[in-house]
Ligand binder design. Structure first.
Ligand code: GLC
Length: 713
C-alpha cells in the first residue's frame, strides 16, 4: 500500500494558517451540503437529517468553507472542488465526507450482521473495500464506525451497532478504523479514508429506545460499559469523532465540556478532530439550553466541537462570540491546524481532484463482490434447526414464498450508493447456486398455483421486517413479526411439507408467539449486494452457517432492554413470584447473546487451565480442543465468560472476557488457547475506582462451566 508523503512541511501549514483571516478559519470549521456551488444535484445528494438554514453563504463566505457532506462520485466532487477552488482566496481544498456505513456501492451486511461474525479480519476488510470505493469517488472521510452499545432493539439504529457487548463492539470498531484508514507509517494511504468514530457518547442508551432521546446513567455504568467501546476503538486512532445527539446527565453532549473535553480528550486521550452530528449545534436551541443561535454556537465551540455539521451558526456568530470570549481563538486555531494537517496528509494540496477513471475499476469489482458474499454468509445466524437444514439433496422442487422471496431490496438501511438492481434476490441466488433445483417463488401462498404447491418437496419461507423500519429515526414500539407473516408460517405448516424460515431484519425481532411453528430459522439480517447467493449456499448446504448473536432476542416487544450481562439481583430471576422477572413471560431471552448453530456437530473437549491463581504478572491460560467431525471447513467462535462469585460492588451474572474465531478444517481438531490477565478483571468499584479484588471466579466456555480460578494479592 502506497503511503502519501506529506506534501508540505508542518512549518508551511503553520504559515498557511497564519495567512488566514478569522472568517477563513471559521469556514474550515463549517460543513455544508454541496449544491451551493453547482446548483441542484440530481441523484447524488444523500440527506440524513432535516434542512437547516445555511445563511450568510453568499459572496466570499461560501469560498471559506472547509468540508462538504452528502455528495459523492468522482465527477461531482471534482466539479464542486474546481468551482470552489476558482474562487477560494487561499486555495485550501474541500474535504468530502459521507456515510458509507456498510459499503459504498458494493454493500456488505449491516453492521449488526457483520458483528455476528465476531471476526475482526472480516470487519477490517469490509472497511478496506469500502474505503477504496469511497476514495475513488472523491470522498475523504467516512462517518463510520458506530460503536454505540445497544440493549434495546426498539431503537432503529441497533442495525448500525455491533450489539450489546462492550469489548466486542470496541474491538470490531477498532478493526474498521484500521480498514478505512489503511494507515501505513501512521498515515492514511492513497486508497484509504479518514474514519469517524461515532456517536460519542452513549447514544444507544436513549430512554425507551426512542431515537435522539435523553440518556441518564451512572458514571460507573458509563465507564465500565457504554464508554468502553469508544475507549477501545480510539486506540486505533480515528481521525474524527462525532458527538452524539443525546443529552447526558442533563446536558446535550454537543454542549458538554465534561463529555467532549474531560472524558474524550483528557481521559481517553483523543487529540484529533471532533465533528457535531447533523444540525446538532443548532438543535441546542430545541433542547432549550441555548436561547439563540449565537449561544448555541458558543456552547458547542466551548465544549470542543471543532466542526459544525450542516447548520452555519459558527460563521454567523463568531465575531460576537470571540469578542466575549477571546480565549476561544486558541482552540479555533488548534482545530484549524488539525484540519489543514489532515488535508495535507491526504495529499490534497498537491492534488485536490480524483482520477475519474478509477471508479470503473474499483467499484463493484469481482474481488469486493466475492468478499461481500463471504461476509454475508458468515453474518447469518442459524437460530433453530430441527434437522430441516441444510435442505436435503433429495428435495428438488423447492417453493420459496413470502415478501422476501423475489425482492432485491436486501441492502438494509444506510445503503449508501448501493442499487437494488445489483442485488441478488433469494430466489435468484437459489437458482444460481443449484441449477438442478426446480424452483418457484411467490410473495404469498395464494399466488402459488395449487398443483405447484401440492407437488413441491420443500418450502422456504422468506420473511422479515422491511428495511425502512430500522435505521435512524426508526424506533418501533412493536418489534414482533407482522400478523400476516405469522399467518403465512401457520399456513405453510398446514401443508405438512418440510420447511424452514429465512428472516431478514435490521434488529432482533420478538418471536415468542410464532417460534413453535418455525422448525428451522436462519437469521440473515440485511446481507447486502450478494444476499441471495450467500443464503442459497447456506440453505443448500454448500457451506454451514457459523455466526453467533451479538444481541439478545427478546420474547416480546416489552421484554426490552434485554442483555446477557445483567447485574446479579437480590432476587435472581427464576420461576417463583418474588423474583426479578415478568409474571407473564418466561425468564430470559428467546435467543441469547452468543447463540448460533452450525451444521457441524462440533465438540469441545480436553479443557486445561495452566494454573488456578492470577497475580500481577502471572496470567492463566485456558486451552481446549475444538473437533469438527463434518465435511465443512468453517469458523468456530469460542467465547469465554467469567462469573465473579463475590465482589464489593455488584457484578454481572456473566461477563464475556475473551473470544476467538478459529478456522476449523473439515474432520479436524484444533486447539484454542485463551489468556486471562489481571487487567481483564478490573472494574469500577462503588467509589468509581478501578479495582481488582481477591476472590474466586468461574469460567465458562460458551455455555459450559469449565473451571475456577482465584485472584490473590
Ligand atoms: C445523522 C447521523 C449520523 C450521520 C450524520 C451525517 O443524522 O446521526 O450517524 O453520520 O447524520 O449524515
Amino acid at each position: 500500500r502506497k503511503v502519501v508523503k506529506f506534501c508540505m512541511e508542518n512549518k508551511k501549514i503553520l504559515e498557511l494558517r497564519q495567512e488566514m483571516t478569522l472568517k477563513e478559519k471559521i469556514g474550515q470549521l463549517t460543513q455544508i451540503t454541496g449544491e451551493h456551488y453547482v446548483g441542484k444535484i440530481d441523484n447524488e445528494m444523500v440527506e440524513t437529517g432535516p434542512g437547516y438554514s445555511q445563511q450568510l453563504l453568499e459572496g466570499d463566505t461560501l469560498y471559506t468553507i472547509g468540508s462538504i457532506i452528502g455528495v459523492s462520485s468522482a465527477k461531482i466532487t471534482n466539479l464542486i472542488q474546481s468551482e470552489y477552488l476558482k474562487k477560494s482566496r487561499l486555495k485550501i481544498p474541500l474535504l468530502f465526507m459521507h456515510d458509507a456505513i456498510h459499503g459504498y456501492k458494493t454493500i456488505f451486511p449491516i453492521p449488526l450482521g457483520l458483528s455476528c461474525t465476531w471476526d475482526e479480519n472480516i470487519l477490517r476488510d469490509v472497511a478496506a473495500y469500502t474505503a477504496s470505493e469511497l476514495r475513488a469517488s472523491g470522498i475523504h472521510v467516512n462517518f463510520s464506525p458506530m460503536v454505540d452499545l445497544v440493549r434495546d432493539s426498539r431503537w432503529g439504529r441497533v442495525m448500525e451497532s455491533f450489539g450489546e457487548d462492550h469489548l466486542l463492539s470496541g474491538n470490531l470498531g477498532g478493526a474498521m478504523i484500521n480498514g478505512y484508514q489503511k494507515d501505513a507509517e501512521g498515515k492514511i494511504s492513497q486508497d484509504g479514508v479518514a474514519a469517524c468514530l461515532k456517536h460519542f457518547a452513549a447514544y444507544g442508551a436513549g430512554i425507551g429506545g426512542k431515537d435522539y432521546n435523553t440518556v441518564d446513567m451512572s458514571m460507573r455504568e458509563f465507564f465500565d460499559y457504554y464508554g468502553k467501546p469508544y475507549e477501545i476503538a480510539l486506540k486505533e486512532k480515528p481521525k474524527f469523532v462525532m458527538s452524539s445527539f443525546n443529552t447526558f446527565n442533563g446536558i446535550p453532549v454537543t454542549a458538554s465540556k465534561e463529555m467532549m473535553k474531560d472524558i474524550l480528550r483528557d481521559k481517553y486521550q483523543f487529540d484529533d478532530i471532533v465533528i457535531s452530528d447533523w444540525g446538532a449545534v443548532s438543535e441546542l436551541q430545541n433542547h432549550r439550553v441555548a436561547q439563540d443561535g449565537r449561544e448555541a454556537a458558543e456552547l458547542a465551540l466551548t465544549a470542543g466541537i471543532d466542526i459544525e455539521m450542516v447548520s452555519t451558526l459558527y460563521l454567523e456568530n463568531y465575531q460576537q462570540i470571540l469578542e466575549k470570549n477571546p480565549a476561544l481563538l486558541h482552540e479555533i486555531d488548534a482545530a484549524v491546524l488539525k484540519i489543514l494537517q489532515l488535508k495535507n496528509e491526504l495529499g490534497m494540496f498537491e492534488n485536490p481532484y480524483v482520477d475519474e477513471d478509477l471508479e470503473e475499476t474499483v467499484i463493484l469489482n469481482q474481488k469486493s463482490l466475492q468478499f461481500a458474499k463471504e461476509a454475508a454468509k458468515k453474518s447469518c445466524v442459524l437460530l433453530k434447526n430441527d434437522s430441516l437444514l441444510p435442505i436435503s439433496k433429495e428435495y428438488k422442487k423447492i417453493l420459496v414464498v413470502g415478501p422476501f422471496a423475489n425482492t432485491q431490496e436486501l441492502l438494509g438501511n444506510w445503503q449508501c450508493k448501493g442499487r437494488f438492481d445489483d442485488v441478488v434476490a433469494l430466489s435468484e441466488g437459489m437458482r444460481l447456486v443449484d441449477e438442478s433445483l426446480e424452483l418457484s417463488a411467490y410473495e404469498t401462498l395464494e399466488d402459488c398455483p395449487k398443483d405447484e404447491l401440492e407437488k413441491c418437496d420443500y418450502i422456504v419461507a422468506a420473511i422479515g421486517e422491511h428495511w425502512e423500519l430500522s435505521g435512524e429515526g426508526h424506533s418501533s414500539v412493536n418489534i414482533e413479526l407482522d400478523k400476516q407473516q405469522q399467518q403465512l408460517i401457520k399456513d405453510i405448516k398446514k401443508t405438512d411439507k418440510p420447511y424452514a424460515c429465512v428472516c431478514f431484519s435490521g434488529r432482533p425481532l420478538a418471536l415468542q408467539d410464532i417460534i413453535d411453528d418455525i422448525p428451522a430459522l436462519l437469521w440473515c439480517w440485511y446481507p447486502g449486494t450478494q444476499a441471495g447467493i450467500a443464503i442459497a449456499e447456506l440453505l443448500t448446504g454448500k457451506d454451514t452457517p457459523s455466526g453467533k448473536l451479538t444481541m439478545s432476542f427478546p420474547r416480546y416487544s416489552s421484554q426490552v432492554p434485554i442483555y446477557y450481562n445483567e447485574y446479579s439481583s437480590g432476587r435472581p430471576a427464576n420461576e417463583s413470584s418474588y423474583s426479578s422477572r415478568y409474571q407473564d413471560c418466561e425468564v430470559g431471552p428467546l435467543f441469547s447473546f452468543g447463540h448460533g448453530l452450525t451444521y457441524t456437530n462440533t465438540e469441545y473437549s480436553n479443557f486445561k487451565i495452566s494454573g488456578h491463581k492470577i497475580t500481577e504478572g502471572q496470567d492463566i491460560k485456558i486451552s481446549f480442543q475444538v473437533k469438527n467431525p463434518s465435511e465443512y471447513e468453517y469458523s468456530e467462535i469460542a467465547i469465554l465468560y467469567i462469573e465473579d462469585l463475590v465482589s464489593k460492588a455488584v457484578r454481572p451474572i456473566r461477563e464475556m472476557k475473551k473470544y476467538q474465531v478459529v478456522t476449523v478444517p473439515a474432520n479436524q481438531t484444533v486447539t484454542v488457547e485463551l489468556v486471562i490477565t489481571l487487567d481483564d478483571l478490573h472494574y469500577l468499584n462503588g467509589s468509581l475506582q478501578q479495582s481488582v479484588e481477591p476472590g474466586e471466579f468461574k469460567i465458562y466456555i460458551n455455555d459450559l462451566e469449565h473451571s475456577v480460578f482465584t485472584i490473590e494479592h
